[in-house]
Design a protein around this ligand. Structure first.
Ligand SMILES: [Zn+2]
Length: 237
C-alpha cells in the first residue's frame, strides 16, 4: 500500500510538471501569435493610409480638371462678349462670368485644402511604413526565438508524458483511472496530505478513526469532505 501511495505521489508530481509545461508553452504560443498579429495589423494600417493618399490625390486631380474647365468657360464668355449687341445680353454674360470666377476661387480653395491633407497623410504613410518595416524586420528573429523555446518545452513535455505512461503502466489500471478522474474533478489535485488529523487538501478535520487507519497503510483512504486520496505525512517531511 505504501508503495502504491508513493507511485500515486509520483504520478501527481509528473502530472503537475506536465500541466505547468503546457501553460508555459501556451503562453509562448500566444506571444508568437501576437508577433504575427502586430506585423499584420501594422501592414493593414499602412494599406489604409496609402489608399487614403491615393484617394486624396485623385480628388485633387479632379478639382484641377474642374478648375481648367471653369477657366475655359470664362475665356469663352469673354470672347463672346465682343459679339454681343444688346445691353441686356451683355449684363447676362457679365453675371455668368462673375459667377464662374467665384466658382474658380472656391475650387482653388479646395485644391489648397487637398494639398494640406495630402501632406498630412503622406507623413502618416511614412511613419506607418517605418513602423511596419521595423516590425516585419525583427519579427522573423523574435518568432524564431519563441519557436525554439516552444520546441524545447515540447521535448520536456514528450519526456514527461513518456514518464507518466511508464509510471501508469506499472500501476493497477483502475487506480490510475480513479486518480485521473479525481484529478479532473479536483482542479488537478487528486491527492491530499493528511497531517495532525487534518486533510491539507480542504483543511477539514478528518474523523479520528479514519486518521488512525491511515497509519496502518492497509487500504487507500479518501477525505470524506473533498474526496481526495489521503497521503499521510506527519510533520513536514
Ligand atoms: Zn479533504
Amino acid at each position: 500500500m505504501k508503495k502504491k501511495l508513493e507511485m500515486l505521489e509520483e504520478l501527481q508530481e509528473v502530472d503537475q510538471l506536465i500541466d505547468s509545461l503546457k501553460l508555459s508553452q501556451d503562453a509562448l504560443k500566444n506571444e508568437l501569435n501576437d508577433i504575427a498579429r502586430s506585423v499584420n495589423d501594422a501592414g493593414e494600417e499602412l494599406s489604409l493610409v496609402k489608399a487614403r493618399l491615393v484617394q486624396l490625390e485623385q480628388e485633387k486631380t479632379e478639382l484641377e480638371a474642374l478648375h481648367s474647365a471653369e477657366l475655359e468657360n470664362i475665356q469663352r464668355s469673354e470672347a463672346n462678349m465682343k459679339e454681343i449687341k444688346t445691353n441686356k445680353e451683355f449684363q447676362a454674360v457679365g453675371r455668368e462670368i462673375t459667377a464662374a470666377r467665384k466658382q474658380v476661387a472656391d475650387i482653388e480653395e479646395q485644391v489648397l485644402q487637398k494639398i494640406t491633407q495630402i501632406e498630412e497623410v503622406s507623413a502618416e504613410v511614412a511613419a506607418k511604413s517605418a513602423l511596419f518595416d521595423e516590425l516585419s524586420g525583427n519579427s522573423a528573429g523574435r518568432s524564431e526565438e519563441k519557436q525554439a523555446e516552444i520546441n524545447k518545452i515540447q521535448q520536456d513535455l514528450d519526456a514527461d508524458v513518456a514518464r507518466r505512461e511508464a509510471l501508469a503502466k506499472g500501476m493497477p489500471a483502475n487506480l490510475v483511472k480513479r486518480f485521473s478522474a479525481l484529478r479532473d474533478q479536483r482542479r488537478g489535485q487528486a491527492l491530499a496530505i493528511a497531517r495532525d488529523g487534518y486533510c491539507m487538501g480542504c483543511n477539514m478535520q478528518l474523523p479520528p478513526q479514519l486518521y488512525n487507519n491511515l497509519f496502518k497503510f492497509e487500504e487507500l483512504l479518501t477525505c470524506p469532505h473533498c474526496q481526495r486520496i489521503l497521503i499521510l505525512k506527519q510533520q513536514s517531511l
